[in-house]
Design a protein around this ligand. Structure first.
Ligand code: BTN
Length: 264
């Protein structure tokens, strides 16, 4: 249940989340945000729901969305090259990590490029979708699902997913968490716009990168290779080093990254 008063009490943004559409149930906040984006809705619009009946995950997967968690989408109209859209996903991950730390006191990490991790398990999923016409970005939607008060996960997922409730044994106030998320996102997004890359945010991101200095398995379509993760570059690519010390950069979306002994 979204409490507008509580949300407004904690929201300190200049333009983000000043207009909110909340409905108890939606098919997907991203689907609805894209519809409103097409209709000309303004930058900063926030969509919130308690339950998604057709929640979307990355790579065409579905995102199971029971009641108790946070499901939000933010509508943006940045004047940037369409190729920069994926960088905003990393900014969203930084924002979730900061908001969860501030609201629930949990130690949070990021698994490149955009999974927020606590207690070695995934706490949040982010799906960024953009609409491009004639090479220009018309609008983009940043969809964020945070496992807030979920009490159990189905078999097969439980070894990889967790919630704030499971980590703290306390119910988190979702309206406050969403406000804190927006506070952080607006700040990081404005910093990003100055350079249109991660130059000014790279150090902060790298300090939270759970893979940093560790061996990672890079999974491509038909091959797997082991590297040591060094950190991200200013475009959000993951810099890795092979055994001989030679570095290369991995681009998000093209490969999967795993720890050597499990999910992170
Ligand atoms: C992932 O696969 O990790 C990304 C999951 C993204 C889920 C969020 S929940 C709010 C928004 N609406 C959707 O349909 N998906 C995103």
């Amino acid at each position: 249940m979204f409490e507008k008063d509580k949300f407004n009490k904690y929201l300190h943004t200049k333009w983000l989340g000043k207009e909110v559409i909340y409905e108890k149930e939606m098919d997907s906040t991203n689907t609805q945000a894209k519809k409103l984006g097409e209709e000309g809705a303004e930058e900063g619009l926030l969509l919130v729901t308690d339950i998604q009946t057709a929640g979307k995950g990355r790579r065409g997967r579905s995102w199971i969305s029971p009641e108790g968690n946070c499901y939000v989408s933010i509508l943006l109209r940045p004047e940037i090259d369409a190729s920069k859209v994926s960088v905003i996903t990393l900014i969203a991950a930084l924002s979730v990590a900061k908001a969860v730390r501030g609201t629930a006191g949990l130690e949070t990490w990021i698994k490149w490029p955009n999974d927020v991790i606590t207690g070695g398990k995934k706490l949040c999923g982010i799906l960024t979708e953009g609409s491009v016409s004639a090479e220009a970005l018309k609008y983009m939607v940043v969809g964020i699902g945070i496992n807030a008060n979920q009490k159990e996960f189905e078999e097969g997922i439980e070894s990889m997913a967790t919630s704030i409730y499971l980590e703290t044994e306390e119910t988190v106030n979702r309206s406050r968490l969403i406000a804190e998320l927006l506070n952080a996102f607006e700040e990081y997004y404005e910093i990003f716009l100055k350079t249109q890359d991660l130059t000014l945010l790279q150090d902060e991101y790298n300090s939270m990168l759970i893979n940093r200095g560790k061996e990672v398995k890079i999974i491509e379509q038909d091959s797997e290779s082991i590297f040591t993760a060094v950190g991200i570059d200013q475009d959000g690519g993951l810099i890795v080093k092979n055994e001989a010390g030679k570095t290369s950069t991995i681009i998000a979306g093209e490969v999967s990254v795993r720890g050597l002994y499990g999910y992170v």
